[in-house]
Design a protein around this ligand. Structure first.
Ligand SMILES: [Fe+2]
Ligand SMILES: [Fe+2]
Length: 219
């Protein structure tokens, strides 16, 4: 299991049971034993990566690649680059409508993505993903400039995600072992919404993903 989280940051995996997972991915999950986890993840992007990234001006795959590319450019470890690439994979795993936030529905994508990945990927990958919404709530609490620069869709989802942390929650969050990488990921995430920005293709990140597995690549 993923390591325990601060009790006052909303968490667990209760949603996994009640949320319908996208049908094509269900089929893919059934055959997962014959597909390595890296190929599995890349197939997920192939199937659903062209979908909208909320109301932002980029698609899900563009957003993922821009976040990973920014991490790579700042010299991030392969695991951090992989975390950046996969941070929103949870959005691709459910069949909630694109306008779910307008209906006051939080898709809890950070939890869904982490739950999908934790069996195969290292905690250095999974934990920043699981915490990237908490990181937004933290930054909104401690950095007024951060909040002022959030995109309108991000402000809308903030409310559904619990709003800014209280001082006690923020202090608690700072003690989490993956606090720093969650914050770093979040800051890159917020900037990765540039239309038509050129990035390496998804295949460029296969090695980063392979180096992020709990066990090594299949021999
Ligand atoms: Fe996200
Ligand atoms: Fe994101």
């Amino acid at each position: 299991m993923l390591s325990a989280s601060p009790e006052d940051i909303k968490i667990p995996f209760r949603f996994v049971a009640r949320r319908r997972v996208y049908k094509e991915l269900e089929t893919m999950n059934e055959s997962a034993q014959i597909v390595d986890p890296v190929s599995h993840v890349m197939e997920c992007f192939r199937l659903r990566g062209d979908s909208e990234y909320g109301k932002e001006a980029v698609s899900q795959i563009e957003h993922a690649l821009q976040t990973a590319f920014a991490a790579e450019q700042m010299g991030g470890t392969p695991q951090f680059v992989a975390a950046c690439l996969l941070h929103d994979v949870g959005h691709l795993l459910h069949d909630l409508p694109e306008d779910a936030p307008d209906k006051n529905i939080d898709d809890e994508h950070e939890q869904l993505g982490a739950a999908w990945l934790y069996e195969h990927f290292l905690p250095e990958v999974v934990e920043p993903i699981r915490l990237h919404v908490a990181a937004k709530r933290y930054l909104c609490a401690v950095d007024s400039e951060y909040f002022s620069k959030l995109s309108p869709p991000s402000v809308q989802s903030l409310e559904l995600q619990g709003g800014p942390m209280t001082p006690a929650q923020a202090a608690h969050f700072e003690s989490h072992p993956h606090f720093k990488s969650a914050i770093e990921l979040r800051r890159l995430d917020d900037q990765a919404k540039i239309p038509n920005l050129e990035t390496p293709p998804l295949s460029h990140y296969r090695d980063h993903l392979t180096q992020s597995l709990i066990v090594g690549p299949a021999k």
